[in-house]
Design a protein around this ligand. Structure first.
Ligand code: NAP
Ligand code: GLV
Ligand code: GLV
Length: 325
């Protein structure tokens, strides 16, 4: 019998075709994620699940999905999944690392440039008919060149952002779980502690996964260490930043600006005060959103799923401990 698979959102067909070859597949076609009751209903009897970062894959879901062997997450981050619970139940979890690194680093860099040079605000100014003349004091921002970029989390994406920053003649410092001596030599970057990073950086860019340790890593205290001219960039996960503290820091001019690709929650409510500020750019979580990269992610997620369904070890297995089960 062919295995049963549920896919919680339409993904590029290059991925779906790979799954369809081996499994009976059902795809949720709605624009919003499947409602919780629908998801809990649909997973009953499936062998494999392709999930998005908007789907909560927890003990309750796993309890319903008695035949579930593998969850292939269409993302590199997997904070939406209870990994321990999956391992305990012998369910494999996979993600899509690497293929989205450069695309996401491009977006982080786009936010660095756009916040520093006030691109969104300036565009709105022109469209509102307010551009009267060239002005020595018009829309002055911050320079990238010569500025210090502080990277929190020097993994795949953090490293790719560092590479870009060197091309812009920025000085790069980082704080991460482990020191990266090779990257230091290659790129001429420096490892510092968190406090030094926050005090010295003109740009602070977040590249850590969301974990209990990184939740609200940027809070009232850490924001208070940053320069008044500093810009915060978040392309990691919304809850890494305490948004209330960020709002306070921005309105009280404790920092200069923020560029956010991720929010907590997503989407933000329409009365979120951050959306009223000119020195904040908010994007709808589009870090990996290029046509090529989303296709690569679909193929990778599909291949992980299909290999797992065969009972073999998928290339991007997150919970390797599951193999001991
Ligand atoms: P990665 O290679 O695993 O890099 C994450 C780095 O964070 C690791 O190198 C790790 O450090 C470091 N880290 C983890 N916990 C830390 C802590 N408590 N303190 C300091 N450093 C810590 O992952 P990646 O591929 O670069 O992706 C990073 C994250 O970006 C993902 O988890 C995801 O949430 C987010 N993301 C967002 C988008 C988007 O669309 N906006 C796209 C892709 C990814 P060590 O290596 O030093 O141990
Ligand atoms: C996107 O946010 C991802 O984690 O891939
Ligand atoms: C500005 O456009 C200049 O020419 O300096």
């Amino acid at each position: 019998m062919r295995p049963k698979v549920y896919v919680t959102k339409l993904i590029p067909e290059e991925g779906l075709n790979i799954i369809n070859e081996v499994a009976d597949t059902k795809v949720w076609k709605g624009e919003a994620p499947p409602p919780r009751e629908v998801l809990l209903e649909e997973v009953q009897g499936v062998d494999g699940l392709v999930s998005l970062l908007t789907d909560k894959i927890d003990a309750e879901l796993m309890e319903k999905a008695k035949n579930l062997k593998i969850v292939s997450n269409y993302a590199v981050g997997f904070d939406n999944i209870d990994i321990k619970e999956a391992t305990r139940r012998g369910i494999m979890i996979t993600n899509t690392p690497g293929v989205l690194t450069e695309t996401t680093a491009d977006l982080a860099f786009a936010l660095i440039m756009a916040t520093a040079r006030r691109l969104v605000e300036a565009d709105k100014y022109v469209r509102a008919g307010r551009w009267k003349t060239w002005g020595p004091m018009l829309m002055l921002g911050q320079d990238l060149y010569g500025a210090t970029l502080g990277l929190i989390g020097l993994g795949r994406i953090g490293y790719a952002v560092a590479k870009r920053a060197k091309g812009f003649d920025m000085n790069v410092i980082y704080y991460s779980n482990h020191r990266k001596e090779e990257a230091e030599k290659e790129l001429g970057i420096k490892c510092v502690d968190l406090e030094q990073l926050l005090r010295e950086s003109d740009f602070v860019s977040l590249h850590v996964p969301l974990t209990p340790e990184t939740k609200h890593l940027i809070n009232k205290n850490t924001l208070s260490l940053m320069k008044k001219t500093a810009i915060l960039i978040n392309t990691s996960r919304g809850p890494v930043v305490d948004e209330h503290a960020l709002y306070e820091a921005l309105v009280n001019k404790k920092i200069y600006a923020a560029g956010l690709d991720v929010m907590d929650p997503e989407p933000p409510s329409s009365d979120n005060p951050l959306l009223k500020l000119d020195n904040v750019i908010v994007l709808p979580h589009i870090g990996s959103a290029s046509i090529k990269t989303r296709t690569k992610m679909a193929i990778m997620a599909a291949e992980n799923l299909v290999v797992g369904l065969k009972g073999e070890i998928p290339r991007n297995l997150v919970n390797v401990e599951v193999l001991k089960k």
